[in-house]
Design a protein around this ligand. Structure first.
Ligand code: SAM
Length: 304
């Protein structure tokens, strides 16, 4: 615990005045944000932003609008919920799981702990994919390991005439992805349960474009502790993290059209290894692109 004087929390959900930190007006938004940011300071690099995101969600407000509501008193029920969310965040749970959603590309996606939290770096893959799909294309796209549906739905939202197949070995993840498609009214994505390319039926494909953000962290990697809320299935893949990528590269050409592309997200230090895998499988025009942090992030190649 830190030393910030915590506002007294109500013990039930009945609306009543909530005492605030000393010297401040009772229980207004600004006070609770200060309290929460102090609570989170030792647990998050983005304590203030986390507090604002969580409270904005509870108030049904955009985070940017919260500033206009600083003098608003909070109801006891909201305070109780806010305090329990701050406690979850103090324990290391990501904000996205607490609020149950995450923005990706232009989409607001619902998520739960069955799926990886979509990352901004994966938008590098979406940008590259869209550059390979002319506007109005009716081409076929395959997203392997779709999780929340992030990549498949982002591509489908920009190329509505394309036919997108999204697979995952996790049925719980596919439920989340289907819900996201439904919420966004996207009907051009179909979902299939199964392991990598074994999920495909004989009449699926051949594809113009195959994309995947597979698990790529090595078993035992030190970063896994910080990712403990996310499904292990979405994170690790063998002792060097490359098992899934090896399998996808090995099987991909049988399901790609001539001239079709395979794009794979990977770890910042795996670019050379993934390029070598693609080249030895016979892909041409192999190159690696960088994410927003200038790290190697996506490697792709073309079937001759
Ligand atoms: C890193 S997550 C990516 C999720 C999503 N595509 C994204 O970018 O946010 C990897 C996904 O691959 C799925 N996965 C793991 N093993 C798989 C397998 N053998 N076959 C198909 N999907 C698999 C996981 O369930 C998880 O949803």
């Amino acid at each position: 615990m830190n030393d910030a004087a915590p506002p007294a929390l109500p013990t039930d959900a009945s609306p009543r005045p909530v005492p605030a930190p000393q010297g401040l007006a009772p229980g207004v938004v600004a006070n609770w944000l200060d309290w929460a940011a102090a609570e989170l300071a030792a647990h998050s690099d983005s304590a203030r932003a986390d507090a604002e995101t969580l409270l904005a969600e509870l108030l049904g407000s955009a985070r940017a609008q919260l500033r206009l509501r600083h003098d608003e008193a909070l109801e006891a029920a909201t305070v109780l919920r806010f305090a329990s969310w701050i406690e979850r965040r103090r324990n290391g749970e990501p904000v996205a799981y607490i609020v149950g959603r995450q923005g990706f590309w232009t989409l607001d996606l619902v998520i739960d702990t069955a799926v990886l939290i979509p990352r901004p770096d994966t938008e590098t893959l979406v940008e590259w994919a869209l550059s390979l799909l002319p506007a109005g294309t009716s081409g076929r796209v395959l997203d392997l390991g779709t999780g929340s549906g992030a990549i498949a739905l982002a591509v489908a939202s920009e190329r509505p005439a394309a036919s997108v197949l999204a697979t995952d070995v996790s049925d719980a993840a596919l439920d989340v992805a289907r819900e996201n498609a439904r919420r966004h009214g996207i009907v051009s994505v179909h979902f299939r349960s199964g392991a990598w390319l074994a999920a495909l039926s004989p009449d699926d494909g051949p594809f113009d474009l195959m994309v995947s953000n597979p698990p790529y962290i090595a078993e035992g990697d030190a970063h896994l502790a910080a990712l403990r809320y996310e499904p292990r299935l979405a994170l690790t893949s063998g002792i060097d993290g490359l098992d899934a990528i090896r399998e996808i590269v090995r099987e991909a050409q049988a399901h790609l059209k001539a001239g079709g592309w395979l794009l794979l997200e990977h770890g910042h230090d795996q670019g050379a290894a993934v390029r070598a895998l693609l080249e030895s499988a016979g892909f041409t025009a192999v190159e690696t692109r960088k994410d927003f942090g200038s790290n190697d992030r996506v490697t792709g190649g073309r079937k001759p």
